[in-house]
Design a protein around this ligand. Structure first.
Ligand SMILES: NC(=O)c1ccc[n+]([C@@H]2O[C@H](COP(=O)([O-])OP(=O)(O)OC[C@H]3O[C@@H](n4cnc5c(N)ncnc54)[C@H](O)[C@@H]3O)[C@@H](O)[C@H]2O)c1
Length: 251
């Protein structure tokens, strides 16, 4: 049996691709991976910072191909892919246009399948994919119906790919965040101020505080690295206990 070592958490020399890394969770994940020794390749439609950084829209297959070629030229392989880019707007389903729906589908699902399809040939034994989904993939999400459905689709994809890629030694897992205030979250709240909606999410997680982007980065580190060598096809909720709480609310 392989002994555990503190080095198991390190990503020394691994090549990690993180999407949507200009801010928020993606930036925290990229920063943490670099601190733990990884070569970090990042992309975002806003300008990201990293060892290899490219400004692009992850929905654009031509731009993704240019990015993938740059990663391949520099390192020849990808060890970790974190599909973090994503986002939503608040709108009742009845008010969501066909165009708006397509945006949500592409931003939260097909961009991830496109990125995986393009980078998979560069991934081998020991590689790992981490898909960032949402707590909303697991519950009704009024005002975010299509977004939540696409995040649920990404979780389903995570499980299926875990099985398809297990024979190649590639693990696939998901992180379902909730209650981690970021610029993206704050922008959403500006559009939908407190008290203006017929439904609102529970405010305080059972752990008694809101989370931080680094809380998601810590779990991404674990899932990406060797300590998670027997973990595939699963979702880790990074939400201070909200998912477990179900209908219970901390007073
Ligand atoms: N923060 C939370 O509590 C929370 C909760 C549930 C799910 N999430 C998920 O976590 C991920 C990160 O969210 P965040 O809170 O850091 O949001 P954020 O808006 O602060 O950051 C998202 C980053 O992704 C980039 N991005 C989005 N779409 C892109 C595209 N098409 N092409 C290139 N870059 C793109 C944005 O420019 C931004 O830099 C998202 O997938 C989001 O759905 C976050």
């Amino acid at each position: 049996m392989a002994a555990l070592s503190p080095d198991g958490i390190l990503l020394t020399g691994r090549v990690a691709v993180i999407t949507g890394a200009a801010r928020g969770l993606g930036r925290a994940i990229a920063d943490a991976f670099a601190v733990f020794g990884a070569h970090v390749a990042v992309c975002d439609r806003d300008r990201p910072e990293g060892e290899l950084a490219m400004t692009l829209d992850v929905r654009d297959p031509v731009a993704v191909d240019v990015f993938a070629r740059a990663v391949e030229e520099r390192w020849g392989r990808v060890d970790v892919l974190v599909n973090n880019a994503g986002g939503t707007f608040h709108a009742a389903f009845a008010d969501t246009s066909v165009r708006g729906e397509r945006t949500l589908v592409e931003e939260n699902f097909t961009q991830a399948t496109g990125m995986i399809r393009r980078l998979l040939p560069l991934m081998g034994e020991g590689a790992s994919i981490v898909n960032v989904t949402s707590g909303e993939a697991h519950q009704a999400a009024p005002g975010f119906a299509v977004y939540a459905a696409m995040k649920a689709a990404l979780e389903s994809l995570t499980r299926s790919l875990a099985l398809e890629l297990a024979p190649r030694g590639i693990r696939v897992n998901a992180i379902a965040p909730d209650a981690l205030p970021t610029e993206g979250e704050l922008e959403m709240r500006e559009v939908a101020p407190e008290g203006s909606l017929p439904y609102e999410p529970a405010r305080l997680p059972p752990l008694g505080r809101l989370g931080e982007p680094s809380d998601a980065a810590a779990v991404a580190l674990f899932l990406a690295g060797d300590l998670a060598r027997f973990v595939t096809g699963t979702t880790v909720h990074v939400d201070g206990g909200i998912h477990a709480a179900g209908g219970w609310r901390r007073t």
